[in-house]
Ligand binder design. Sequence first.
Ligand code: ATP
Ligand code: MG
Length: 434
Amino acid sequence: MSQQIKAIRGMHDTLPDEMPLWHFVESTIIQTLHNYGYREIRTPILEKTELFKHSIGETTDIVTKEMYTFEDRNGELLTMRPEGTASCVRALIENGLVQSNHNRLWYYGPMFRHERPQKGRLRQFHQIGIEVFGIPGPDIDAEIIIMCARIWKALSLDGIKLELNTLGNPQARQDYRERLIEYFSDNRDQLDDDSLNRLNKNPMRILDSKNPDLKKLIESAPQMAESLDDESKDHFATMQTILDTNGIKYQINPRLVRGLDYYNRTVFEWVTDRLGAQSAVCAGGRYDGMVEHFGGPVTPGIGFGIGLERLTLLLQENEQIDIPQENPDIYLVIATDEAIDAAMKLAETLRDQLPEIRLMTHCGGGNFKKQFKKADKSGASLALILGSKELENQTIGIKSLRTDAEQIEVSWTELADKIRNNNLIGCYSSKARL
Ligand code: ATP
Ligand code: MG
């Protein structure tokens, strides 16, 4: 008995009709990153589980609940990457590149987290992220945020807001940690199970809780500012000055701690109120201790990750943006089977002569009317028609599919010139005209 097999919950297909928006988003972001001097790095999707455990943190949601972890055939514990930073750090150390002087990197690819799927929250999702190594900031901290703002502008994305915080140096974090433990212990009876669990291991994570019942308690919790070291204060202030000078608006959110353990000093999120609880579109921060933690030389680092599903959801609502379509320009109708041979040859010649065009030849036969309907549905602006009469005369019919212009007939040898010189298709003119 045949059985329909479905995709895994929370893992989506991206269908051809959705791809023009994805391509627009990907190419716009990557272009901007290249404009700022970033270079791509690709790392494997599978890594040793310990890599994520030791970087993201043993008590974080990602490590305790969300990782796709399994034993491979050799009994080795592997995990499908839930984020990109740890792999990047590993790759740099392993390849001796930590101290290279060109360490502004970007990556793109699927990430995996076993979360409860909902709008903007998937189990396989995609991030474009950047990591910068070797620069202590605050200049680079400000620049990566300014670069984000440029990306939103290039995408015509509005309505997202920037939230900033600083987590200080490790000593300040430790001090803050103790104050939080004291505060939350005094209010122990109000904590949920998750927070009780975190209380002594990682109390800052309680601030990150999404439980609405804890909102009040969290709002009154002690703030980082009082524990902050002077250097981190200066770092934060200088970064804000650069942002101010560049017209970047932001809000300081003292409760922004981010869900991963490795951050220090600058943390930030770009948030929206249009995706329900899934508010963060882009998140990042500084992680100065991570390279050293993995056995590399002391090297500061900073980065961010953009969630593409959330971004495309937001952009889908915006009818103003002009997304380049991916239809063919020309559809070649082969009105008689005896013309197939010549039509294929003609199509190849045309592809040689006009390498920019998107030319789709009709395959699979069928009568003229059916083929012409397909040509129209393909979204092409022109139909080329090769029937018995044209075959005999070595000519071809050109018919606009988007205007009322009369069909014209040209010889095979004139075809490419006619298309190019008369601006018959989109890549030679913004409007097809015949
Ligand atoms: P959240 O608080 O929404 O769970 P996070 O803090 O876990 O987000 P990060 O680890 O900072 O997210 O990842 C960076 C970005 O990747 C997020 O801002 C978001 O846009 C996206 N992202 C994270 N998890 C998911 C997911 N499960 N599905 C879709 N996008 C996600
Ligand atoms: Mg999360």
